[in-house]
Design a protein around this ligand. Structure first.
Ligand code: SAM
Ligand code: DTB
Ligand code: SF4
Length: 326
């Protein structure tokens, strides 16, 4: 029998670092696929039980009519996607949905609002939602757009566990996708969230037409934040008719797996979420993503406005792969 390749016996855990260079990150992307997956899986096993997957359920608490122009988003007022805008939900409707999610097996309930930033009575109502969902025994997460320091403190006081705010893409490519706010605005919001002691959920979208260099740059930005986000959602673009990106060719599936693997290597102790886009993925592709270090998903038939695999399909996939809720 041939001896194992010497590179397989290298120390494969780069540890938790915040000083990654683009060159180092690119060299991970350029590894032979098997070496990259071996390293990612090794790092994963140092920090996590590889059979445990965190389960979150999403609810859109305020749908559509968003003034921002994010080119991927069906909820932007700038694009005609046929979506009917809706006002902020009532607290009781949200609590009912949270109970249903808990009964289906979710441990975290994520509430998303199509806002540039929350204001006035609406923000107060979200605080009440957080208190009530938490009282149901669920972890809470909200994504409401930009926040100021005072708002993050109010959320913390209401008992929020996570705030989701994505960098979305590289600083270099960002202007091709969003013109109504700056990369620095996002970094500022993340700073307020961190300073308030709220866990950060921050990742991005791939398949926007960005290059590999942009994916390198996005992951570098995420891993070089003062603290690694506790949760890192990697979304694959869901192409929605009416948005400027509806005809994007998308990302090659094995390049998507590489992106997950590099996220795992750079942020070895973070939960890496295989986020939007699973409805378009085969079981085999999802299995490769779990092998590459993804260990969190959205569970339930709907994301915010688009579809997600139904729970029966996900239950069957977990059974086939020997995965279990964390
Ligand atoms: N309005 C808030 C904001 O943008 O921060 C919160 C909601 S927004 C819908 C949350 C995230 O969903 C975006 O940052 C983006 O990463 C993701 N997202 C939106 N549309 C998507 C799509 N079509 N495909 C994949 N991910 C998408
Ligand atoms: C995240 O990174 N992905 C989720 C969540 N955070 C809020 C949203 C995905 C949205 C996909 C498009 C839609 O359903 O509208
Ligand atoms: Fe608005 Fe968020 Fe959609 Fe951008 S991603 S248009 S901010 S809802």
């Amino acid at each position: 029998m041939n001896k194992p390749s010497p590179r397989l016996s290298e120390n494969t855990d780069p540890g938790v670092r915040h000083d990654w260079s683009r060159t180092e990150v690119r060299s991970f992307f350029e590894l032979p696929f098997n070496d990259l997956l071996y390293r990612a899986q090794t790092a994963h096993r140092r920090h996590f039980d590889p059979t445990a997957v965190q389960i979150s359920t999403l609810l859109s608490i305020k749908t559509g009519g968003c003034p921002e122009d994010c080119g991927y988003c069906p909820q932007s007022v700038h694009y005609d996607t046929g979506l009917e805008p809706e006002a902020l939900l009532d607290v009781e409707e949200v609590v009912t949905a949270a109970r249903r999610a808990r009964e289906a097996g979710a441990t975290r309930f994520c509430m998303g609002a199509a806002w540039r930033n929350p204001r006035g009575g609406n923000f107060e109502r979200v605080l009440e939602m957080v208190r009530r969902v938490r009282a149901e025994g669920l972890e809470t997460c909200v994504t409401l757009g930009m926040l100021d320091a005072e708002q993050t403190r109010a959320l913390k006081q209401a008992g929020i566990d996570y705030y989701n705010h994505n960098l979305d893409t590289s600083p270099e490519f960002y202007g091709e996708i969003i013109t109504t706010r700056r990369y620095q605005d996002r970094l500022d919001t993340l700073g307020y969230v961190r300073d308030a002691g709220i866990n950060v959920c921050c990742g991005g979208i791939v398949g926007l037409g960005e290059s590999r260099a942009d994916r390198v740059s996005l992951l570098c930005e995420l891993a070089n934040l003062p603290e690694h986000p506790a949760s890192v959602p990697i979304n694959q673009l869901v192409k929605v008719a009416g948005t400027p990106l509806e005809n994007e060719p998308g990302i090659e599936p094995l390049e998507f797996v590489r992106t997950i693997a590099v996220a795992r290597l750079l942020m070895p102790a973070s939960w890496v979420r295989l986020s939007a886009g699973r409805s378009e993925m085969t079981d085999e592709l999802q299995a490769l993503c779990f092998l590459a270090g993804a260990n969190s998903i959205f569970y339930g038939e709907k994301l915010l406005t688009t579809g997600n695999p139904d729970t029966a399909r996900d239950d069957a996939l977990f059974e086939k792969l020997g995965l279990r809720p964390a």
